[in-house]
Structure formats: C-alpha cells, structure tokens
Design a binder for this molecule. Structure first.
Ligand code: GDP
Ligand code: MN
Length: 386
C-alpha cells in the first residue's frame, strides 16, 4: 500500500523526523481556513498516489488565505497522471537553501535494505538517476542495523558542516526506524531540505508499506484510501484473493502462490505473456471463482473498452482444495456470467473424477497436463488475435 504524503508525514512526525505542520482539505474553502490558522506562507500539495506532482502543477505556494483558496481550487481541478486530485495538503511552507534526496528501499536481490542518497534532490531526481547515477550514493544497511556513525559518514561529504550533518544523520536514523518498525518497502524523503534557518527537514514523504505485514498494523486499515485503489484491486482484497496485474494477455486463475509462479513461468516458457497473477487461495467456493473471473475480464479492458485478456487459464492442483469444488464454482460462475474469451482448464488431484463429471455435464473439458494446458491457452489466445 502506498501512503499519501500527509499520512507519511504523520508517520515521520511520530518518529521524530522534523516536518512542518499541515492539514488536509477536500475543498478550496477548507484550504483557505487552514491557511488562515497557519498565518504564514503555506504550500498547497495535491494528495495523489503518484510522483512528480511538482512538475505537474500539483504543488504551489500561497502567501495569503485567498491565494491558498485560489491555488487549492486549481489543484483540486487537476488530474495528475490519470489520477483526479480529491484532496490537498495545506502545510506551512519552508524557505529552502538546499534540496537533497534520501530513501531507504528494499533491495530484493541483496535481501537487504538500501540507502540511496543524493545532494541533488528535488523534482529532477529521476533525471539525475538516469543521466548521472554516480551522483546517487548507495549503501546497504547491514543485518544488525544502521549505526549513528554510518549515518554521519554518509552525510559528511554532502553537507560538510557539523551541525547540519548531525541533523541529517539523526533524520536518517529515524527514517530507518520508520522503515524497520513500519514494515516498509520504501521510505523516501525528497526533498530533504536545509532551510534558511539552518534546519534540516523533510518536505515530502513517500512511504510504501508491505501489505503482507498488515496483520501487525491495525492502523493500516484506516490509512487505506478506497478512492485511490483500482476497482479490481479493491475487489480482490475484499474477497481475499491475491491479485497482481501484469502486462500480458493470458489471464491466470490458480490456487497457491507456488503454482501461480510455476504457471507464469511455463506461460513465458512457451512464448506467452501472463495478464495477471491471481491466486484464489486454499478453498474454492463459487463466489471466489466468480470474483476471480470478473476481476480478470473486467479489469483488463484497454482504452477502447475491449478486453486485453485474450484467453483465461484455470490451473488447479487439487490437494486441500478439492477439484469438484472448483469445477462447481466454474460452472456456476459461467452460468451467471458467460466469458467473453476462451477458457482452458487444467485440473488434477483430489476429487478429479467428480470434477470432470461436473465439467462435462456443463459442456466443458479439462486437461490434466499443465504443459498441455499452457500450450492450449496460448494457442487459443492467438486464434482470438488473428
Ligand atoms: P513531488 O514533486 O510530488 O515530489 O512533490 P514535492 O513535495 O517534492 O514538491 C516538489 C517541489 O516543490 C520541491 O522539490 C520543492 O522545490 C517545492 N516545495 C515543496 N514544498 C515547499 C516549501 O515548503 N517551500 C518551498 N519554497 N518550496 C517547496
Ligand atoms: Mn517529492
């Protein structure tokens, strides 16, 4: 889950990272009221879950409440990278003398958190990463954690000034606590600024938390913003389905993450491209099967409204999951919602014979071979294209 900036700032503040006070507004009037109570220059910032708001006109300064009203009205009318702006953050503004970049991100290949640091923070950081990657310092955080001296050593070459290095290092240590205790996969401050008063502080917050740790964080349920979640992602989450959207054209319904991986590998092996990773989990009641098929066909429309998915592969290796349950689910689901694309079913394992009977009574068939199923679904998808 991606957090909004205002949520990230709250999390930062709780961990003692210096941020300037701010409040969220859903209307220009509210923004004016907040600016009035702040009594200083404010910054109005679009709260959408996408980067590059500054460049898209989603971050503006306002020196009076009336100006705050006007800027908020403009920003609330924007759509940034396809996301309509529903809320703005109205925060006390800082005077900036330097903008740096600092982030802690999970390096999956090294299986360690990675600190990324640059003296050239701000809205051009992606450009820096592309054209001058050597200007971004990278350091892994060892298994026993980040030490104060390591944090200071990282900022010393950037800031060179004792008190500034001390402040920045303290922020990095606190950011590490945010990342570690918050089960984050990313905790980023861009820009991390030096203000006109010689204070180091976070002017932005980008935080991604790892959904697999949700059971440890009751609070996350209150952070989730349904307005920002795609309808398919929401549906999958509500039905307890594990769903990842990919770029290909073969929809996959499987049970169990291992089988999902194997299925995607085999599709790729035979030259196909999976459209998604959808795991219906251990038990397979008809509602879950229906939800899975709806998600795959519904979510995958391109701009013209045509389905991007050209064929669907149902891959079940029955263990605890009983094949007849799944078969019943498929039949019921298809009776209610006929599929717009070909369906290939592979099933084997517990109650396989009963499952085949149910399917054949409904005019469906299934293969036992995963290999055969995968080749078949790729071929069917290509027929549709041709
Ligand atoms: P992003 O573009 O979505 O990452 O949004 P940011 O919050 O990072 O803001 C973009 C840019 O706006 C920053 O890099 C700053 O240059 C500027 N900015 C943001 N907040 C302030 C502020 O309080 N004062 C000033 N002077 N500039 C700000
Ligand atoms: Mn930023």
């Amino acid at each position: 889950m991606n957090l909004h900036e205002y949520q990230g700032r709250e999390l930062f503040a709780r961990h003692g990272i210096p941020v300037l006070p701010g409040q969220v507004a859903a209307t220009a009037e509210e923004a004016r009221d907040i600016a009035e109570t702040m009594g200083s220059t404010v910054v109005i910032k679009a709260q959408v879950l996408v980067g590059g708001r500054g460049k898209a006109g989603g971050v503006k300064l306002a020196s009076t409440p009336d100006e705050a009203y006007a800027r908020a009205r403009d920003i609330l009318a924007l759509t940034i990278k396809g996301l309509p702006v529903h809320k703005v953050l109205v925060a006390q503004a800082a005077t900036i003398t330097r903008e740096m970049y600092v982030a802690i991100v999970l390096d999956r290949a090294k299986k360690l958190p990675l600190i990324m640091l640059s003296a050239e923070g701000g809205v051009e950081i992606e450009e820096v990463a592309r054209t001058a990657p050597e200007r971004i310092t990278r350091r892994h955080i060892p298994l026993d954690g980040l030490r104060a001296y390591q944090a200071r050593a990282l900022f010393q070459p950037l800031l060179e000034d004792g008190p500034l290095v001390q402040q920045a290092a303290d922020i990095l240590l606190r950011l590490w606590a945010v990342y570690r205790d918050g089960d984050c996969s990313l905790a980023e401050i861009n820009p991390l600024v030096v203000t006109g008063e010689g204070k180091v502080m976070a002017l932005d917050a980008k935080v991604i938390v790892d959904d697999n740790a949700e059971y440890r964080h009751r609070e996350w349920a209150t952070w989730r913003d349904p307005a920002e979640e795609s309808p398919s992602a929401r549906k999958a989450r509500e039905r307890g389905l594990s769903y990842v959207k990919l770029d290909g054209d073969i929809g996959c319904v499987v049970h169990g993450p291992g089988l999902a991986m194997a299925t995607m590998d085999l599709i790729k092996h035979y030259g196909g491209e999976p459209a998604n990773f959808l795991d219906i989990g251990g038990s397979s009641n008809p509602e879950k099967v229906t939800a899975a098929l709806e998600i795959i066909t519904g979510d995958s429309r391109d701009a013209s409204g045509a389905s991007r998915v050209r064929a669907i592969f149902f891959n079940i290796f029955g263990g605890i999951t009983r094949c007849d349950d799944v078969a019943r689910g498929i039949v019921q689901s298809l009776a209610q919602n006929p599929l717009p694309v070909p369906l290939v079913i592979r099933l084997t394992g517990t109650n396989e014979a009963a499952a085949r009977k149910i399917l054949s009574e409904a005019g469906l068939s299934a293969t036992t071979s995963m290999d055969e199923g995968v080749r078949d679904v790729i071929a069917r998808g290509q027929e549709v294209t041709a």
